[in-house]
Write a protein of this length. Structure first.
Ligand code: CS2
Ligand code: MG
Length: 404
């Protein structure tokens, strides 16, 4: 079998998605997600100008070799643009291989290690009453684990709150410049324990509660928050400090037993190395789409398993249904699955990308369609062209740019 065509479909059914489609001489097609939220066209150029011309004529069955050829062969390694591009190629090749075998992808990854994949959803509220309503809404949708984020008294716009719709899904600002959110770490640190206390008081002790600090704290602030949340037994504290500096986690780990999750902005094994070997985290958050595909992420999770660290793939709406499908197959297969983030997609997005995976009673199921199980409606995709959009930026109250 040979690849005879490689093309990109860029569409915006409410938000931008970049999808690679490979076609073989036997008429099989494979899809891969290359969406890098807010920087989509950089990946389009990387693929169109530098990668797709190399794929035509290759044997799609040679997934490992193609991955190494594109990773090592480029000389310039890693980085979000490169690894999102590689991920799209890798997933499209797995899709073709599984279709050729007539099997759902998870069967090629060793088969199911469990019956279903537990997902967590997003609950957000400007204040505690709105947050409690949002938790109720997620529970009504079937979720059995919920991430909780609120506004902070005195701040106008905070991560995960003002840019979300009633389903908890992020709404991106489509326009020439990013929106500006504001931030005050002391106010946040005072507020969050009270939020957990209110949610526990309302929903009891059993509901797994997650929280995302979105890289905004110093290590000692993160240690303080981890300690303050211990009485409420969070499922995890996510991205508590920028993790480019892996050393920071030693200090945090030393001070708190709150489980730690990190990695949604990581794109290679090397970003994790001491976090795993020193057991400084509990959950590895990388998504197939941003980590170079199923091939390297499977290796990472298998390595992490030796240290009792679990998978917890990033799964907001900016991972397309193609990336989400690949994730659910991998979630079902790896032994050390922890949890999967899942916010769902807009009705229009679900029409553009028809998928075999389903969400019921808080769990995802990959379905039995051969491959990853996603069909792309190219006509509908073309009717919703790319629209420039930015993620927000974050400033302290004196105007200083802060981590987002
Ligand atoms: C977040 C994301 O889902 C998460 O945990 O951190 O919503 C993140 O802000 C976006 O994916 C950025 O593209
Ligand atoms: Mg996050």
């Amino acid at each position: 079998m040979k690849i005879v065509d490689a093309k990109l479909v860029v569409t915006s059914p409410g938000r931008n998605f970049v999808t690679l489609k490979l076609t073989t001489d036997e008429g099989l097609t494979g899809l891969g997600d290359a969406t890098l939220n807010g920087r989509e066209l950089a990946v389009v150029s990387y693929l169109d100008d530098h990668v797709l011309p190399l794929l035509v004529g290759l044997d799609p069955h040679r997934i490992e070799d193609t991955w190494q050829y594109l990773y090592r062969g480029a000389y310039w390694r890693r980085g979000p643009v490169t690894m999102a591009a590689l991920a799209a190629v890798d997933v499209a090749l797995w899709d073709i291989k599984a279709k050729a075998a007539g099997l759902p992808l998870y069967q090629l990854l060793g088969g199911a290690s469990r019956d279903r994949v537990r997902a967590y959803g997003h609950a957000n509220g400007a204040g505690v009453p709105e947050l409690l309503d949002s938790v109720r809404a997620r529970l009504a949708e079937g979720y059995q684990a919920v991430r909780i984020q609120t506004g902070v008294p005195g701040l106008k716009a905070v991560y995960g709150v003002h840019t979300t719709d009633e389903h908890g899904a992020a709404v991106l600002h489509q326009g020439a410049r990013p929106l500006v959110e504001d931030w005050d770490t002391d106010a946040y640190l005072r507020h969050v324990p009270a939020v957990f206390e209110a949610v526990r008081a309302e929903f009891g002790d059993e509901l797994p509660l997650l929280h995302d600090a979105h890289h905004r704290l110093t290590p000692i602030q993160a240690a303080r928050l981890g300690k303050d949340l211990e009485p409420y037994r969070p499922f995890w504290l996510e991205d508590c400090t920028p993790a480019e500096n892996q050393d920071a986690f030693r200090l945090i780990r030393h001070h708190t037993t709150t489980p730690l999750a990190v990695g949604e902005v990581f794109n290679s094994f090397h970003d994790y190395q001491s976090l795993i070997t020193e057991r400084l985290i509990d959950y590895a958050r990388s998504a197939v789409t941003h980590f170079g595909g199923v091939t390297p992420l499977r290796k990472l999770f298998d390595f992490a398993a030796q240290y009792q660290i679990k998978s917890a793939m990033h799964g907001p709406e900016d991972i397309s249904p193609v990336g989400m499908a690949a994730a659910v197959h991998l979630d079902l297969a790896v032994h050390n699955f922890g949890i999967q983030e899942y916010s769902g997609h807009s009705a229009l997005t679900e029409e553009v990308f028809r998928h075999a995976y389903t969400f019921t009673d808080g769990h995802l199921y990959p379905g039995e369609a051969p491959g990853i199980g996603v069909e792309l409606d190219e006509e509908l995709a073309a009717a919703h062209p790319y629209a420039p959009a930015y993620l927000p930026v974050n400033r302290l109250q004196d105007g200083t740019v802060h981590d987002w």
